[in-house]
Ligand binder design. Sequence first.
Ligand SMILES: [Zn+2]
Length: 286
Amino acid sequence: MLIDSHSHVNFDVYRKDFKSVIDHCLVNNTWLINIGSDFKTSSKTIELTRDYGRGVYAVVGLHPIHVVDDVVESVIVDGQKTEVVTPKEEFDYNKYRDLAKSSDKVVGLGEVGLDYFYFNDNDSDSLSKKNLQKEVFKKFIKLSQELNLPLVMHCRGHKDDPYGAYDDMLEILSDTRHHHGVIHCFGGNLNQASKFVNLGFYVGFTGIITFKKKSEDVQEVVRAVPLDKILIETDSPFLTPEPHRGQRNEPYYVKFVAQKVAELKKITFDEVAIITTDNAKNLFSI
Ligand SMILES: [Zn+2]
């Protein structure tokens, strides 16, 4: 079996067919953990667990991009291009604590962290937004300690400085003794990956590792990180792995990520399946 440790079947793009997407996954012996990105999608992840005994779990949190700005995305729903606006959200500690405690299917907090992708490093507006993201991230670390739930961390740098956000995150994490979680969709460098591992975190890899272009750096990280520290994920509906690039992603495709990890590490698919499943079960206590 496999576990897709990070998917978003709670998002609008699956509004019509989430049931068949989840069933297809379970029938093929693949479990999934749906991740929230704001209060609304976090509540939805819990809702999605209700019809299932085992195999479908929820993680609730506030994504750093929703901490600082309204986000407008154009998504395809039922073949129609639709504009979805996610309003900026002010983080409310108690609200998220209550939500996390509302169901025993909540197995973690996320996705939370830092995202500098849309910032221009030089202006004061960006600096204050970075600080706000850092503050909220620190509060989630505290909540993770309080509830003893692992963190699902998101980190993305500006295109001209892809690694700066990772340094900032590592600095915050080094200042706390609480190291329980995964850095999802890893996009830092090799040195940063080993710092996360040495602190005790898992490292998550998506379909990016299967891409034909610009994936050499992350493939090198896959080779270097010990298998017992790796989680596999799809980040559905984004980052669809080869050979399905261009289509909507789904959790079932996590097998292509597993295949690529096996190929890069020169080990068997079964070994990747067994160990990464164990890793996810350990981290999320499932
Ligand atoms: Zn995600």
